[in-house]
Design a protein around this ligand. Structure first.
Ligand SMILES: [Zn+2]
Length: 387
């Protein structure tokens, strides 16, 4: 009997150590993959240009994973040391709070959620287990805590003047990384309008309206309804507009995009994706809508993964960018990696000079490369963050 109890106890301990110890790390390693490759060859000219750039990226899901963002890791795509190596001055950190089982680009219901198990195995606070709102608050807290102990290497950017101080640091030769908080899908509002303000107070300055499933605000590009904005969505947009929160329609149904365009004059972003003209998949939204977003002063962030580029090499990414510049002009194309968003890439954020090289190889001039690699995003937030 005693032996049996010891055996059962040992099994339980083993189970717990796998669940809390190995599962989060192996999950991170399995989901956020960089395909092994020889180091990219960067010419002296490309490296010199890259070193002069202030790189900015519209989308990374780094806060979801139990990795200290201040330490360099061998897994995943993004941490502060690798951002600094890649010349990244501004990173949008998006908070994922709920995701369906298979992350289909075609169709998902809201019934399943793989984030709950991740949250539990990573030992997030108990309040986050059952509340999407608390999951968003906790991810904001993680970035704030990291910034506070970063020795000035990581700065939360909340206002136009925060951004100006970040730009000044880089002009003086510094390499501080600025972080802007975003939610990926506005379901953490939990249907309560007051939570727009509450999440703003928690530090959020960008709100993606949908993620992989239809939510209280409207239809997802990968949902089942294809619906536009709901009455709650309309109210939430007005509140976001009032607070100068930037709206991201990267995963929204085309009808939601049309509704938002009809409702607000403020510029929108598509934080991560590609163009149907290069890669005709459902994940990439209609080019007529992309053009309208650009005409309003918006930005399209180009992702690096195979399913949106149809060629995930640096040359393939450059190909998408060059196409985008032809479609909407150099002022509206940006980087939107989706790093750490459960994707596989051929580079991590420390290797972004490979994209600068590929853009030079395609014959883009320095001024255009500077805009795409970060200038457009810096200009956008300098104008659209709260003062
Ligand atoms: Zn996404």
């Amino acid at each position: 009997m005693k032996k049996l109890l010891i055996a059962v106890g040992a099994l339980i301990l083993l189970g717990l150590s796998v669940f809390y110890g190995l599962l989060p790390i192996s999950g991170d390693r399995k989901r956020n993959v960089v395909i092994a490759h020889a180091p990219y060859e960067i010419s002296t000219e490309a490296q010199a240009l890259h070193d002069r750039l202030m790189v900015a990226d519209l989308h990374a899901d780094t806060l979801l994973w139990m990795r200290d963002p201040l330490k360099r890791h061998k897994r995943g795509h993004v941490d502060v040391p690798r951002l600094q190596q890649g010349g990244v001055a501004l990173q949008i950190f998006s908070a994922v709070t709920k995701a369906p089982k298979h992350l289909n680009y075609e169709k998902n219901t809201a019934d399943s959620d793989v984030i709950t198990m991740l949250v539990q195995s990573q030992r997030w606070p108990f309040a986050t287990w059952g509340s999407l709102y608390e999951r968003a608050r906790y991810q904001a807290h993680r970035l704030q805590k990291a910034a506070a102990r970063s020795d000035g290497n990581l700065q939360l950017v909340l206002t136009q003047s925060d951004l100006q101080s970040l730009i000044a640091d880089h002009q003086n030769g510094g390499d501080r990384v600025g972080g802007i908080l975003a939610i990926e899908g506005a379901h953490p509002l939990e249907g309560d309008l007051a939570n727009v303000r509450n999440l703003y107070d928690a530090g959020y300055r960008v709100m993606g309206l949908q993620h992989f499933f239809d939510n209280e605000l409207g239809g997802s590009l990968h949902g089942v309804s294809g619906a536009g904005l709901t009455p709650f969505g309309v109210e939430a947009i007005a509140e976001m507009e009032r607070l100068h929160i930037t709206i991201d329609v990267a995963h929204s149904s085309e009808q939601v995009v049309r509704d938002v365009l009809a409702l607000t004059d403020r510029p929108l972003i598509v934080s991560h994706g590609g163009f149907k003209g290069v890669c005709d998949v459902k994940r990439n939204i209609d080019e007529e809508l992309i053009k309208q977003i650009a005409e309003r002063g918006g930005l399209i962030g180009v992702g690096y993964w195979q399913q949106v580029t149809c060629d995930d090499s640096p040359q393939g990414i450059a190909n998408v960018i060059v196409y985008g510049v032809g479609l909407v002009g150099a002022d509206h194309v940006a980087l939107g990696s989706d790093f750490d968003g459960a994707i596989t890439t051929r580079l991590d954020t420390s290797e972004l000079a490979a994209i600068t090289q590929a853009l030079l190889d395609r014959g883009l001039d320095e001024e255009t490369i500077e805009k795409i690699m970060g200038g457009n995003v810096l200009r956008f937030f300098a104008a659209n963050l709260p003062q």
